[in-house]
Structure formats: C-alpha cells, structure tokens
Write a protein that binds this ligand. Structure first.
Ligand SMILES: [Zn+2]
Ligand SMILES: [Zn+2]
Length: 368
C-alpha cells in the first residue's frame, strides 16, 4: 500500500474557536452534513493550505458520502472537489505559489509525475493517482483545504470566483475531450443539457463549432440558445433521433439513457469518421452496449474521458476566463451546506450548487 501524502493530518476540535478550519462532514451514510471543526497538525514541505472562497457541489459527492461507491468509506467524510480559494500558508519546499495567490483544486489529490501516463501528460490517469475519494483527507466542503503543490491550479486574472468553482470538475470534464477532438468548423451534438451539458454547449460554441443541444427541455429553448446552441432537438424521441443520424462530427453524451435503442441512436448521431464521446456514467451494473455495426461501418472513434490532465485543467481555467464560460449556479451561504447538498442530491439544482465559504470563514475568525 502506497503511503499517502502527509497533508491529510488533522485533529478534531471541540469548537471553531480553537480550530484552523471548519468542515461540513458526514458522520455516517445517512443524515445531513454537520459542522466539524478541526486543526491541522502539520503542513508538509510541499503542501499549500488554501482558504476556500467558493466551493462547488458535485453529484459524485453524494455517491461517495452515501457509501454508494466505495464500501470501505470511513466517516467522518468531507467531500468536495471544486474549490476556488487563496493561499493562506505554504510548506517550506513550495516554489510555485505564495501566500495570497488565487488558486483552485480539482478531484485529484496526487500524481507521481514519473509513471508512463504522467510522462505523456495524462496525469489524471496516473498509476499512483489519489483522488479525493481515495483518501480520507478533508475535501472542499470546508473553510480550508491542504493540498500538495503539484495538484494546485492557478486561477487566472479576471476569473469569476463566485461562478467558476464548478469548472474544476464539471467544466474540465467536457472541455478536455472537446478540445482533444474538435476542429472549429465541426458540427457538435451535446446530449443532455444539465450540469455538464450546459457547459459543453458553451465550450463547443466558443471553440467555433455549430452546436445542437439534445434535450427534453424544449421549454428552455431561449436559455439554451443563449448558451450558444444553434438548434435544439429531442434527446429521447426515437423518430427525431433517426432524422439526425450521421450529422455530427463530434457527439458528447452527458447522459446514459437505459433504453438500448435510444442509447444506440445517440451513438448514431455521429457522422462517418466522427468522434463519439461518452462522459455520462451509467450505474456500475449496466451492460453498456455499443452499436458495433454503426461504429465499424462508419469508422467512428469512441472516446471516454476522465476530468482532464493538469495542463488541460489549467488551460480550461484560462479559456473560461477569456471567453466568459461559467456555469449557471445557485449560491448558498456556508450555514446552508445541508440545504445545498439536499438540492443537489435530489437533482433540483439549476444547474450547479456553489457555497460562499469565504464570507463566513472571514466573519468567524477562521482566516488567521
Ligand atoms: Zn465532480
Ligand atoms: Zn503518475
């Protein structure tokens, strides 16, 4: 078993008065997250301690904290991996960041920088990869987070901190694969206009592609067109999906619809020699079926994608700041964490939930 980085060391406190930080933590797989004050017992040489300004809530936080992913999860569990903040303290060996720098973190907590994937620049696939959910380090549902320097991102000038934190997970999940396979004159189908899809529409349009949004929300036509879609089409109507077959150079599917015929018709939207990207994850027991005949006879490239590499993530932050690409968010106060989580867990949020952490942390003496 590989030794985890040292930044995870903390000690629980009775109250926020003696604490360095306050998290919202789950004490078991049921119930809501509760305030959880803690003190850092050390800062490793390569650690950056971050004051969290804004933190995004992601559906994988539910899957983790409810114990639906990892049967070995231990509690308390503090999820959260969409963080924008500023540097409060650095370890003695930190060279890239200094106190006061605006920074961000994503779901990845460690990369080795020496394995084959890291050497190729695909460090999100690092063989020693540690994700937030692989260790019990406190995540972004907190006033602070301590992360190894190599996994800290620089927030560019002009970035909208209040809106931008979900880009660290949802944004790069769609930006990275679109960027890998696009050409500016391409036609692009975005399937599902939710948390991921409404960002994919914006990135695809800003990259110069002509975008069609496949959705069941015809009533949101104005809003979706404002994001950059030229057309809307049904994501589930079998007849209309048939008429769209083979029209799109890139298809990015943020959904997984269990109806096999619908799922195959999503794949068939891809034009001959085009690229079909699946980012919507089916439940783990699903028998994911590719339309092999269509894929072979039309030389379709099928691609999966996992967040993005360090460089892709940094590039995405800069692209978003320059092109004004941000999610539509509902914003909550720090004390409203349980409410925000509940809305996100029930799928009621439009489109992502963000908590304003910095305001509460500063007012409560946690910026030391
Ligand atoms: Zn996420
Ligand atoms: Zn590696």
């Amino acid at each position: 078993m590989q030794q985890l980085p040292a930044h995870k060391v903390y000690e629980v406190q009775e109250s926020k008065e003696t604490a360095d930080a306050v998290a919202y933590a789950f004490l078991s797989n049921t119930g809501e997250p509760v305030p959880y004050p803690y003190k850092y017992t050390k800062i490793a040489d390569d650690d950056v301690r971050i004051r969290i300004l804004f933190t995004g809530l992601c559906h994988s936080d539910c899957l983790h904290s409810r114990g639906l992913w990892d049967p070995y999860i231990t509690y308390p569990s503090c999820p959260g991996h969409e963080v924008v903040g500023s540097v409060e303290k650095v370890g003695t060996g930190v060279t890239k960041f200094k106190v006061g720098d605006k920074v961000g973190c994503n779901p990845q907590r460690w990369m080795c920088q020496t394995c084959e994937q890291c050497k190729k620049g695909d460090n999100q696939l690092c063989s020693q990869n540690i994700g937030l959910y692989d260790d019990n380090n406190f995540g972004g549902y907190s006033t602070h987070i301590q992360v190894a320097e190599r996994m800290v991102f620089r927030i560019p000038e002009g970035f909208n901190d209040a809106l931008g934190s979900p880009l660290l997970c949802a944004g790069v999940t769609v930006y990275a694969p679109l960027k890998r396979f696009y050409k500016p004159n391409y036609t692009c189908a975005v399937i599902g206009i939710g948390g991921l899809g409404h960002l994919a529409v914006q990135y695809a349009a800003k990259l110069g592609m002509t975008v069609t949004a496949f959705t069941t929300s015809k009533n949101r036509e104005q809003e979706i067109k404002k994001l950059g879609a030229s057309n809307l089409s049904s994501s589930i109507d079998k007849e209309s999906l048939k008429t769209e077959q083979g029209k799109y150079d890139i298809v990015i599917n943020t959904l997984y619809i269990e109806d096999e015929e619908v799922f195959k018709s999503h794949q068939r939207l891809t034009a001959p020699t085009g690229t079909y990207i699946q980012v919507g994850a089916p439940p783990s027991k699903v028998n994911f079926k590719l339309d092999h005949a269509y894929i072979i006879l039309n030389q379709i490239r099928v691609a999966g994608s996992l967040i993005g590499s360090y460089d892709e993530t940094q590039e995405m932050l800069e692209f978003s700041a320059q092109n004004n690409v941000y999610p539509i968010v509902e914003t909550f106060e720090f004390e409203e964490f349980p409410k925000a989580f509940d809305r996100m867990e029930k799928g009621q949020a439009k489109f992502r939930c963000v908590v304003n952490v910095g305001k509460w942390a500063q007012a409560n003496g946690l910026w030391k």
